[in-house]
Write a protein that binds this ligand. Structure first.
Ligand SMILES: Nc1ncnc2c1ncn2[C@@H]1O[C@H](COP(=O)(O)OP(=O)(O)OP(=O)(O)O)[C@@H](O)[C@H]1O
Ligand SMILES: [Mg+2]
Length: 576
């Protein structure tokens, strides 16, 4: 039982009792009035009887002496009383002796012929007695009170009773209504509770459906991602495999051999840039941050941008004097700007204007100053549906072979990994503005000079320990380095490398980072303690460890590496 029901159940019989009470009050009122009327009537009869008795006494002598004139005189004394309707004095034998009627009509001659009184008349009789003998009769008719007067006498009283009954009845009515309202309230509360239960069920179902949708969206994105990677990689592998097949032919002229070798190098470079974009999107690209003045960078890139945009697109720059420099990977930042600009070019098929703006963007949540680089086009713009998906890897609206859908994913990955964000503002037919917001470092903090990059130069032959668990990559590195005239020793694990290094002297160690057992970072740490003079260069395709905790100041080269990169890194490490 709800609290509301508990309260109302006690009132269930109340309205009946209250209506009964009102009825009782009314009945009591009627009773009081009837009783009052009876008492009044009775008193009136007694009063009339007394009058009649007085008349009988005053006329006794006149009747005894049969003196009608004296009797009439006594009777006339009553004419003053307007309520007396008829008065008559009869002799012993019943003949009328004196009297009158108020309306002036004659009296009946005898007592026996007297008409019965009307409903509104009180009639009394008194014997006329002289010396113990009845000698005649007096009759007296008096008006009863007029009904109207009688009613008016009870009007106030009746009004009071009716009022009391009305008050009680209206309390009863109000209570009945209250009960009904309470019942309704109770049923509404019940309906509300049911609706609530229904709502909760629906919410649960909705949450489940959303979960399923998210799961299927994830699967779809994953499918798109793997499909896209497979497609692009297969393209590059086709070229590599085909070229390698041809290169194995013994009779191939040198000129063709070089062409196919170059094709392999080009495809491998493409494949490497694909993985680099993927890693940037996944925010797992080890970035090499530099302090860059955004305005200088745009000026430097002006030529490149002009060539990328073609003749039909005008480039306008609006460069605000920035208070600070951004700390970002230069190559990645350039690549992000180029990606945004190429999208703008593709959106302005009939030409247009590309505006590049830089501005101060206030402070980030952590209080670091921010700068913004906005690239605005006057192209076709984007629908909300496209806008929702532009950062998805492999999402493209361009025809097959034209776009891979990785451009903005790289921009997004780069921006977030650099501690910034990308803002997009676009409407169909109204162009688009893509804004890179990046944290920057106070100009004052730039006093510390940036060490100039050492020039790569030919190095004398060195003794190099190559640590690599992958046999092919190890052999490849050995070949490359031997080609440069170095003396190479190989180890296939961190433990083995440590063992060899303790026994043999080396000029530099080139170690893979991710290996089973002792990894490259650990090896470098131990060697750093045991042989602080021995430089270690780390090589990795991707390492969570380095992304999270850095390389401890050791140079890191990214796989896949080229001959020049490798020799530069080793030379640089040995120079330190
Ligand atoms: N400035 C723009 N104007 C109109 N649409 C744009 C613009 N920038 C991006 N888009 C839309 O976003 C999609 C995704 O862009 P993204 O750069 O990620 O891939 P893509 O340009 O299609 O391919 P990729 O850059 O890898 O060659 C584009 O296909 C295009 O539909
Ligand atoms: Mg693009």
């Amino acid at each position: 039982m709800t609290p509301v029901e508990r309260v109302t159940s006690g009132w269930r019989s109340a309205p009946i009792a209250i209506f009964g009470l009102a009825l009782l009050i009314l009945l009591a009122g009627v009773g009081v009035i009837i009783q009052n009327e009876w008492t009044y009537d009775h008193a009136r009869v007694e009063q009339t009887q007394a009058l009649s008795d007085i008349l009988a006494a005053t006329t006794a002598a006149a009747v005894d002496f049969d003196d009608p004139a004296a009797a009439q005189q006594a009777v006339d004394g009553f004419r003053m009383n307007k309520q007396v309707r008829r008065i008559a004095v009869y002799r012993r034998d019943g003949r009328v002796m004196a009297g009158y009627k108020r309306d002036g009509t004659p009296l009946r001659p005898t007592l026996a012929t007297m008409r019965p009184p009307g409903a509104n008349v009180i009639r009394v009789k008194s014997p006329i007695v002289q010396a113990g003998q009845r000698i005649g009769t007096v009759t007296l008719d008096i008006d009863r009170e007029a009904p109207f007067r009688r009613l008016s006498r009870y009007f106030v009283l009746a009004g009071l009773f009716v009022l009391a009954a009305l008050v009680v009845a209206s309390i009863g009515l109000a209570q009945a209504q209250l009960r009904r309202a309470n019942r309704e309230l109770g049923s509404r509360a019940e309906a509300l509770a049911q609706a609530n239960v229904l709502l909760e069920e629906q919410m649960e179902e909705r949450a489940k459906a959303e979960d399923q949708l998210r799961q299927s969206q994830k699967m779809q994105a994953l499918g798109q991602l793997t499909g896209g990677i497979a497609h692009d990689f297969n393209n590059q592998l086709t070229v590599i495999q085909g070229s390698a097949d041809i290169l194995t032919r013994p009779e191939l002229p040198d000129e063709k051999r070089i062409r196919f070798a170059q094709a392999i190098v080009q495809s491998a470079t493409n494949a490497a840039s694909l993985t680099s974009q993927l890693l940037a999107f996944a925010r797992r690209q080890p970035l090499k941050p530099e302090r860059i003045d955004l305005n200088d960078l745009i000026r430097e890139m002006r030529d490149l941008l002009d060539r990328t945009m073609g003749e039909r697109i005008r480039i306008v720059t609006d460069l605000y004097k920035l208070p600070c420099r951004v700390e970002a990977d230069r190559a990645q930042l350039q690549s992000a700007i180029l990606n945004i600009a190429s999208n703008a070019r593709d959106a302005m098929k009939d030409g247009g204007t590309l505006t590049i703006r830089t501005r101060d963007a206030g402070e980030g949540q952590d209080g670091k100053p921010l700068v913004a680089l906005a690239i605005e086009d006057t192209g076709e713009g984007m629908s909300p549906e496209v806008l929702d998906r532009i950062f998805e890897p492999f999402f493209t609206t361009k025809r097959t072979g034209k776009g891979t859908g990785l451009g903005l994913s790289q921009v997004y990955g780069f921006a977030t990994q650099s501690g910034g964000e990308v803002e997009v503002d676009s409407k169909p037919g109204e162009g688009s503005t893509i804004t890179l917001v990046l944290p920057c470092i106070d100009a004052d903090a730039l006093a510390e000079a940036e060490a100039p990059e050492p020039e790569a130069s030919d190095q004398p032959p060195a003794r190099i320990l190559v640590v690599e668990d992958n046999e092919d990559v190890g052999a490849f590195a050995e070949t490359l380095l031997s080609e440069l005239g170095h003396q190479v020793t190989r180890a296939s694990s961190g433990e083995e490398a440590l063992d060899i290094a303790r026994r043999t002297e080396f000029d530099v160690v080139l170690s893979d980072v991710v290996m089973p057992g002792m990894g490259g970072l650990k090896l470098a740490e131990v060697l750093g303690r045991e042989q602080p003079e021995l430089p270690v260069v780390l090589a990795t395709g991707y390492s969570q460890e380095i992304v999270e905790s850095g390389s401890g100041g050791r140079p890191v080269i990214l796989k896949p590496y080229r001959l020049a990169t490798l020799s530069e890194a080793l030379a640089g490490a040995m120079r330190r």
